[in-house]
Design a protein. Structure first.
Lengths: 619, 317
C-alpha cells in the first residue's frame, strides 16, 4: 500500500490523519505563543513557525488525490505536473522538516551548551527570511533534464544557487557562537556532536547548489552521489545534532551528570567514522557508475551496454556503506545504554515552580526606537502570516502555470490512456515499489538514448496518475521497456531475475506469478481516472471486463510459446484438477497484468528510427 | 632542521618534479618513468637543497654566537617582532572579512533581551557572507536566467542533445575511416577457429542460454539446431538478428549495445555450429527452412527472408 510519491507514500486516510495532527500541533504552538509571558519571540521560534506553516501547505497540496477505496487513491495531478508538485513538496519537506526545525534547535542548544551569546542577531534575521523565501523555489532541481519545461528547471537552478548564502548564514551563526568556547569543544562530547552537525550542514548545503548545476546534475542524478549527499545531511546534521541535544538534555532533566563521558566520546568517534564510511563509498559509487553509463566506444557503441556491469562494479561500495551504517547504528546503541545508565543514577525530579509576570500591554504600533523586526517579534500572528506569504510566492509562480496554461505540455496525439489491464498492472508496479529502483525518465543525453531509446517527452505522461519518474537507478530505466523483451522473458525474470540476467541484484517476485489478481475494482478505478481527466468513454468502462479478459488471454497464449513454461504450467493444472484443488488460470494472475503494463511502456511513440519521430509528434 | 626549512625543501622538490614532467613528460606516461635518470637528478637536487639549508643554519648559529649578550638580546627581540608580523596581512583580511567585534568588546553589542539565559550579540553581517550572497544573486538570478531566457545564448536541453549527437556522429565517421577490420553485417564471415568458437560459447552461455538453452534446443527463444529460421539463417542473418534484435515484443533484444561486433561474430559462428546437432529437448521448429541463396548447388529458389522492416513505426491502438 503506497501512493508511490517519495516521502509521501502514505495513502489518503493516513494523510488526513497527519493533517489533523499537524493542525492540532499548530493550534498548540500558536496558542502557546499568544499566551506567552516573554515579550519577544526568540529566533528559534521563528524557525518553528515556518516549519509548521510550510509543512502544512506542502502536505495538503501534495497529498491531493481521489480515492478508489480506503487503501487506494490516484494523485490529482498527472505526469509532469505531478512531478513538479511532488518535488516542490519533496525538496521542501527536507527544508522544513529537517532544516528549519533543526536550525531552531541549534539556536537554542548551541548557545546553551557552550554558554556563549548567539553571534549575530541581525544575521539570524536576514538568513531566516532569505532561507524560507528562497528554499521553496528550488524543487525543480530534482527534475533537471527531465520532461519538465526548461524555464521551470532553470528557475529551480537559479534559486538553488541563491540558497547557498542563506543556508550558510545558519552555519556561521552556529559556529561563530562558539567563538571563545573552542576549548570546551575539545572536552565536551555535546559540543563535539554539535560542531560536526553544523559542519555537516555546511557541507551538504554547499553541495546542494553544486548538484543543482545542470552539468553536475547530469552526472549525479539517478546515481549514488545523491545518496551520499542526503546521508551527510541526515547522519551528520540531523543525527549528530540530535545526539548532542540528548547528551545535553538527559543529565539536566534527571539532575545528574552523564553516566559516561568516555562512552559519549566513543559514540562520537564511531559515529563520525560511520558517516565517512557510509558517504565516501557512495560518492565513489556514484561517480564510477555515472561515468560507466556515459562511456562510449570509439565506434559509437556503449562501453558498458549491459547495465549489470555497472552495478557489479560498485558492489564493494555497497558493502562498505553497510559497514558504515552499522557503525553508526552501533553508536546509537551506545547512546541508548548511556542514557539509561544516566537516568538510573539520576535523582527523582521535583517540579520546579517557575513564575513570570504577565506581559503588560504595549502599543500595537511600533514604539519609539523600536526596530521593525523587533516589533514583528512581539506579533506572533503577523509573523506567521508573513512567513506564509514568503513561502507561498515561489510555489505559486512555479506550480500555477503548470495547472493553468493549456500548452504547458505539448500534446502527442498518439499517446492514449492505458488499457484496463495495463492500468491494473500499473497499480501492481506501484504496489511493489518498482519506482524505488527503476526510473521512467530518459534524459536527452546521447548515452541514455543509446541505452534506453528516444528521450522522454512531457506529452507521454499525461495519463500518469501518479507520475513514476523515479529518482534512483539501482536498476535500468523502464521508460521504453515495452516490446523489448517477450512475455516469457518477463515471466522468468520475475520468477528469478538471475536466470535471465546473470548477476542481477533484483529480488525475486514469485508471488506475482502465483497470486490471483483481484480485478474487481477496475471499473471504479477507471471512473476515478475519468474524474481526473483521463478520456475513457462510458463504453470503455462498461466493456472493461471483456477487454481485460481478452488482453490477459492473449498474454497467456503468448506465454505458451515457451515449451518449458507450457509443460510446468500444464502439469500444475493437471495436478490441481486431479487433487481437486482450486487452480488459478495464468490469465487471472497478477503477473499477466504487470506484463501487459510493461509491454505498453513507452510504446505510444516508440520508433526504431529517430527520424520517424517527427511524424508522431504534434506540435 | 626547523619546519620552515623542511617546508622550503619539499616545495622545491615538488616544483622540480612538476617542471620535469612539463618539459619531458609525454601524454600517457610520466617523465620519471620514461627517464629513470630523473630520479637521480632529483636525488642530487635534494642533497644540494639539504646541504644549503643546513649550512645557512649553521652559519647563522656561528654568527649568533659571536654576538655580544646585548646584541643577542636585540637580535632575539627583532626575531620575535618579525614573527608577529608574519601573515599579518592574512590575519587582518580575515578579521576584516568577518567583521566581528573582538570578544573583549562584545559587551558593547550585547542586546538587552535574555531568553532562558541565552544572550544575543548583534555582530555585523560578515562581509564575505554578504558578498557571497550578492554574487550568488547576480549569477543565479540574473546571469543564469538571462543566458537561457533573455539572450537565448545557452542551448535548451533539446538543442544540447542534438549538438551532442552531431559531434558524436562526426567522431564515429572519422573513426570508421581509419579503423581496420571492422565487422558488420556485410563483411561478417563464418569463423571456424577453435578459439573463436570457444569465445563464442562463453558469450552464448553468459547471455543466450536463458532463452535458447545451453544446447541450443530452444525455450523462450526458438530452436537453433534445426534448419528452420524465423529471421533467416546463414551467418549474415544470424549476425544481423543478434545485432539488431528480432520482432518487437516477441523476438529477442538487440545485443549491439552489449557485445562488440567481433563478439557478435564469434557468438553467431558458435550458433551456426549447432546446425544438425540433437539437443536434449528440442523445441518444435519455427519459421521456414532456410536455403543459402549463395550456395553453389543452388537449384531450388531460396525461401524469402522474413526480415522485419527495421524502420517500421509501431503504434498502439
Amino acid at each position: 500500500m503506497t501512493s508511490s510519491k517519495e516521502y509521501a507514500e502514505l495513502e489518503w486516510p493516513i494523510d488526513i490523519a497527519i493533517a489533523l495532527i499537524w493542525v492540532a500541533f499548530g493550534v498548540n504552538l500558536i496558542g502557546t505563543l499568544i499566551k506567552r509571558r516573554q515579550r519577544h519571540l526568540y529566533v528559534a521560534i521563528w524557525f518553528y513557525i515556518a516549519t509548521f506553516v510550510t509543512v502544512a501547505v506542502l502536505h495538503i497540496f501534495n497529498s491531493m488525490a481521489l480515492p478508489v477505496n480506503m487503501f487506494k487513491s490516484y494523485s490529482a495531478y498527472a505526469g509532469v505536473q505531478d512531478a513538479l508538485v511532488q518535488w516542490w513538496y519533496g525538496h521542501n519537506a527536507v527544508a522544513f522538516f529537517l532544516t528549519t526545525p533543526f536550525l531552531g534547535l541549534m539556536y537554542y542548544f548551541v548557545p546553551k551548551a557552550a554558554n556563549r551569546p548567539v553571534y549575530s542577531y541581525r544575521l539570524s534575521i536576514i538568513h531566516f527570511w532569505s532561507l524560507i523565501f528562497i528554499y521553496i523555489w528550488a524543487g525543480p532541481h530534482h527534475l533537471l533534464y527531465s520532461a519538465l519545461p526548461d524555464w521551470a528547471q532553470n528557475l529551480g537552478v537559479a534559486f538553488s544557487i541563491m540558497l547557498l548564502a542563506p543556508s550558510w548564514g545558519g552555519m556561521i551563526n552556529g559556529l561563530l557562537t562558539l567563538r571563545g568556547a573552542w576549548d570546551k569543544v575539545r572536552t565536551s562530547p555535546v559540543l563535539k556532536f554539535m560542531v560536526v552537525a553544523i559542519t555537516g550542514y555546511g557541507m551538504a548545503t554547499f553541495e546542494g547548489p553544486l548538484l543543482s548545476l545542470k552539468n553536475v546534475n547530469a552526472i549525479a542524478h539517478f546515481s549514488d552521489w545523491i545518496i551520499a549527499h542526503v546521508h551527510v545531511g541526515a547522519l551528520a546534521w540531523n543525527g549528530f545534532m540530535t545526539f548532542g541535544i540528548i547528551y545535553y538534555l538527559v543529565p539536566i532533566l534527571f539532575k545528574t551528570k552523564l553516566a559516561s563521558t568516555k562512552l559519549a566520546n566513543f559514540h562520537f568517534w564511531i559515529g563520525t567514522l560511520g558517516i565517512i564510511l557510509y558517504a565516501l563509498p557512495m560518492y565513489v559509487a556514484g561517480f564510477v557508475q555515472a561515468f560507466m553509463w556515459k562511456q562510449f566506444n570509439p565506434d559509437g557503441t556503449l562501453a558498458y551496454g549491459n547495465f549489470l556491469e555497472t552495478v557489479n562494479e560498485i558492489m564493494p561500495m555497497y558493502w562498505m556503506r553497510a559497514i558504515g551504517g552499522t557503525l553508526y547504528i552501533a553508536g546509537m546503541l551506545v547512546l541508548v545504554y548511556n542514557v539509561i545508565m544516566t537516568i538510573r543514577q539520576g535523582s527523582a525530579v521535583t517540579d520546579e515552580l517557575v513564575e513570570a509576570a504577565p506581559l503588560t500591554r504595549v502599543s500595537k504600533k511600533r514604539t519609539a526606537s523600536e526596530g521593525w523586526h523587533t516589533w514583528l517579534e512581539r506579533k506572533p500572528l503577523k509573523m506567521t502570516l508573513y512567513a506564509t506569504v514568503a513561502i507561498l510566492i515561489g510555489g505559486l509562480v512555479q506550480i500555477v502555470p503548470s495547472l493553468m496554461v493549456d500548452d504547458y505540455i505539448p500534446v502527442i496525439s498518439s499517446v492514449k490512456p492505458y488499457s484496463p489491464l495495463e492500468l491494473e498492472g500499473r497499480d501492481i508496479y506501484i504496489r511493489e515499489g518498482c519506482v524505488g529502483c527503476h526510473s521512467q525518465m530518459i534524459r536527452p543525453f546521447r548515452s541514455e538514448v543509446e541505452r534506453y531509446g528516444e528521450y522522454s517527452k512531457a506529452g507521454e505522461y499525461v495519463y500518469d496518475h501518479p507520475f513514476l519518474f523515479g529518482s534512483k537507478r539501482t536498476g535500468p530505466d523502464l521508460m521504453r521497456i515495452g516490446g523489448k523483451y517477450n512475455d516469457n522473458w518477463h515471466l522468468n525474470h520475475f520468477y528469478d531475475p538471475q536466470t535471465t540476467s546473470s548477476g542481477s541484484i533484483m529480488p525475486s517476485y514469485k508471488w506475482l506469478i502465483e497470486n490471483e489478481h483481484d480485478r474487481s475494482e477496475t471499473q471504479d478505478k477507471m471512473e476515478v481516472m475519468v474524474s481526473l481527466g483521463v478520456p475513457y468513454s462510458p463504453a470503455d468502462i462498461e466493456n472493461a471486463p471483456e477487454t481485460m479478459a481478452a488482453q490477459a488471454l492473449k498474454i497467456e497464449l503468448s506465454l505458451m510459446n515457451d515449451p518449458d513454461f507450457a509443460k510446468i504450467y500444464n502439469a500444475d493444472k493437471k495436478y490441481a484438477q486431479e487433487n481437486g484443488e482450486e487452480f488459478v488460470e495464468m490469465r487471472d494472475r497478477e503477473v499477466v497484468s504487470i506484463i501487459a503494463y510493461l509491454q505498453r511502456l513507452g510504446t505510444d511513440i516508440k520508433v526504431k528510427n529517430a527520424d520517424d519521430l517527427s511524424i508522431n509528434l504534434n506540435d | 632542521m626547523n619546519k620552515s626549512a623542511l617546508f622550503r625543501i619539499i616545495i622545491f622538490m615538488i616544483l622540480a618534479l612538476v617542471l620535469f614532467e612539463l618539459v619531458a613528460g609525454k601524454e600517457g606516461t610520466w617523465a620519471v618513468q620514461e627517464y629513470p635518470l630523473i630520479w637521480l637528478i632529483l636525488g642530487v637536487l635534494f642533497l644540494c637543497a639539504y646541504l644549503l639549508e643546513t649550512s645557512v643554519k649553521t652559519l647563522e648559529r656561528v654568527l649568533y654566537n659571536t654576538l655580544s649578550d646585548e646584541a643577542k638580546e636585540r637580535y632575539d627581540a627583532a626575531t620575535i617582532a618579525r614573527k608577529e608580523q608574519e601573515f599579518s596581512g592574512i590575519k587582518s583580511t580575515y578579521a576584516k572579512m568577518l567583521g566581528s567585534k573582538p570578544i573583549e568588546d562584545e559587551g558593547e553589542i550585547e542586546l538587552d533581551h535574555n531568553y532562558d539565559g541565552i544572550r544575543e550579540l548583534d555582530n555585523n553581517l560578515p562581509p564575505w557572507w554578504v558578498y557571497l550572497f550578492y554574487a550568488s544573486i547576480v549569477f543565479g538570478g540574473v546571469v543564469y536566467l538571462a543566458k537561457y531566457h533573455v539572450f537565448d545564448i545557452a542551448p535548451d536541453q533539446a538543442e544540447e542533445y542534438l549538438q551532442e549527437v552531431a559531434i558524436a556522429e562526426k567522431e564515429i565517421e572519422e573513426y570508421k575511416k581509419t579503423a581496420k577490420n571492422l565487422i558488420d553485417v556485410n563483411t561478417v564471415t563464418l569463423l571456424t577457429d577453435a578459439s573463436d568458437l570457444k569465445a563464442g560459447q562463453g558469450i552464448f552461455q553468459d547471455n543466450c542460454i536463458a532463452c535458447h538453452k545451453a544446447d541450443g534446443g530452444g525455450g523462450i527463444g526458438p530452436n537453433l539446431t534445426d534448419r528452420h529460421w524465423i529471421l533467416g539463417g546463414g551467418i549474415k542473418n544470424v549476425f544481423n538478428t543478434i545485432s539488431e534484435g528480432g520482432r518487437d515484443g516477441k523476438g529477442m533484444v538487440s545485443w549491439k549495445a552489449d557485445l562488440s561486433p567481433s563478439e557478435m561474430a564469434q557468438v553467431a559462428s558458435y550458433v551456426m555450429s549447432f546446425q544438425g546437432t540433437t539437443p536434449a529437448e528440442p523445441k518444435e521448429a519455427e519459421g521456414e527452412i532456410w536455403e543459402d541463396p549463395d550456395a553453389p548447388k543452388d537449384v531450388a529458389p531460396a525461401a524469402p527472408e522474413t526480415q522485419v522492416d527495421s524502420t517500421a513505426v509501431t503504434f498502439n491502438d
